[in-house]
Write a protein that binds this ligand. Structure first.
Ligand code: GDP
Length: 402
């Protein structure tokens, strides 16, 4: 039966019918034998959250993909209600489509705050002032309805920039006379990690919700809206934070082709990114594990610097090898390329052609972004054409360099 009780870990409604559907909890776990049927049910996490937390276990069926339509339906109340809306982005995946989507879903009276997570991964060469300028530019170019009220750069996991962000949040709520705050962003940007940090550690917001949200490397962990009421112990001021399900970008590289949780973990960088640079001549190509191949199709030699998790192997081969699926399979099997991404083929995929013009040796000319995986910075003089192939045909784009 479907219970009118959400799982406190992911927000899906608890049910004991279908083990493969969201919110499943066996009946015996819901009400242990001998427990008085009159007693209200205590809130428990669903089996999926339990497994994600305790065993890092997930089946392919457990990868619940929410369609953009379902996402919009769940977030429909946002258009009617004045609330503070937080748009959270991942530094590895700054697609401006999310900014536009969020500003369209929000009520016209609602202030929008932009927060960029995983700042701990930024290479040391990137200056803070420069990145803030760059982000403001991207907001302007994204087609957002209004300018965001503020932009914050944080690391939810390391606790960087959280205090300033929470202060900004509370101030925005007070000014707009609302106590509702919606945290929005694509799956895996770190929403649950941020909320757990706010709940756990922020001085002044010490009220204790019953348990923490489920965080995991598996995209799509939060499935419904999760409500978190918080009270400032000193002032008595109350706010209600709503954790929303993230959109799982259906064409994101990691979902389609990775085989297990160790591969999903492996592509998420844990430390500050350090670029690995190769000089490629025409006809050569760069592999990022077995997932991505970037070939220099035309042009004089250019420098390619890969910013990816240190577990992902970066390897140079002839560009023609990318057309040969046997080469990829063999290289993955003998450990030359990791992770493999062999669930889907690479060779059949049409390459994305990108032209880079007006390069100079003085500074990086363009970044090729592979959302969820990282980026490759291109440096060279004159112009060049690159061909990018991604396992399963995931989205890639070119952006002004960081
Ligand atoms: P959600 O789907 O948006 O709720 O994302 P989660 O909170 O479950 O986090 C997704 C993944 O990103 C997890 O593996 C986190 O450990 C990782 N993560 C979250 N915040 C940070 C951060 O500040 N830095 C880094 N390096 N990883 C983070």
């Amino acid at each position: 039966a479907l219970l009118q009780l959400p799982c406190p870990g992911c927000g899906a409604h608890l049910q004991d019918d279908d083990p493969d559907a969201p919110g499943y909890l066996p009946a015996r776990a819901l009400r242990p034998k001998g427990q008085n049927a009159e007693k209200p049910l205590t809130s428990k996490v669903c089996q999926r959250c339990f497994h994600l937390t305790h065993y890092s276990k997930i089946s392919a069926k457990g990868l619940t993909l929410m369609s953009p339509e379902q996402f919009r339906e769940i977030l429909a109340p946002l258009a009617k209600q004045r609330a503070v809306v937080v748009c959270m982005l991942d530094i590895l995946d700054l697609s401006s489509s999310m900014l536009k989507e969020v500003s369209q879903l929000a009520n016209a009276q609602s202030p929008v705050l932009v927060v960029i997570n995983k700042a701990d991964l930024l290479p040391s060469s990137v200056k803070l002032g420069h990145i803030m300028q760059w982000i403001w530019k991207r907001c302007a170019a994204s087609g957002m309805r209004r300018r965001p009220r503020a932009v914050y750069l944080i690391s939810a996991e390391r606790g960087l920039g959280i205090r300033g962000f929470v202060q900004g949040l509370v101030a925005a709520a007070r000014e707009s006379r609302t106590d509702h705050i919606y945290i929005m962003g694509a799956a895996n940007v770190g929403k649950s990690t941020l909320l757990n940090r706010i709940i756990r550690g922020h001085p002044g917001h010490g009220s204790k919700p019953t348990r923490e949200l489920t965080t995991s490397v598996v995209p799509g962990t939060t499935l419904g809206m999760v409500r978190l009421p918080l009270k400032n112990a000193a002032t008595g001021e109350r706010i209600v934070i709503m954790d929303t399900p993230g959109i799982v970008e259906p064409r994101r590289v990691n979902l389609l082709c990775l085989e297990d949780i160790s591969e999903m973990k492996g592509i998420l960088p844990r430390r500050r990114l350090r670029g690995i640079t190769y000089r490629l001549e025409q006809g050569k190509s760069l592999w990022l594990g077995g997932l991505v191949n970037i070939a220099l199709a035309e042009g004089k030699p250019w420098f390619f610097t890969a910013y990816v998790s240190e577990q992902v192997t970066v390897h140079v081969s002839d560009a023609s090898k990318a057309l040969n699926e046997t080469y990829r399979v063999q290289s993955v099997k003998n450990g030359l390329l990791w992770p493999g991404g062999l669930r889907v083929p690479l060779a059949t995929v049409e390459p994305v052609r990108m032209c880079v013009e007006h390069g100079t040796w003085k500074r990086t000319c363009a970044d090729i972004v592979i959302p969820g995986l990282g980026w490759v910075a291109l440096l060279g003089s004159g112009s060049c054409t690159v061909h990018v192939r991604v396992a399963g045909g995931g989205t890639v784009w070119k952006q002004e360099p960081l």
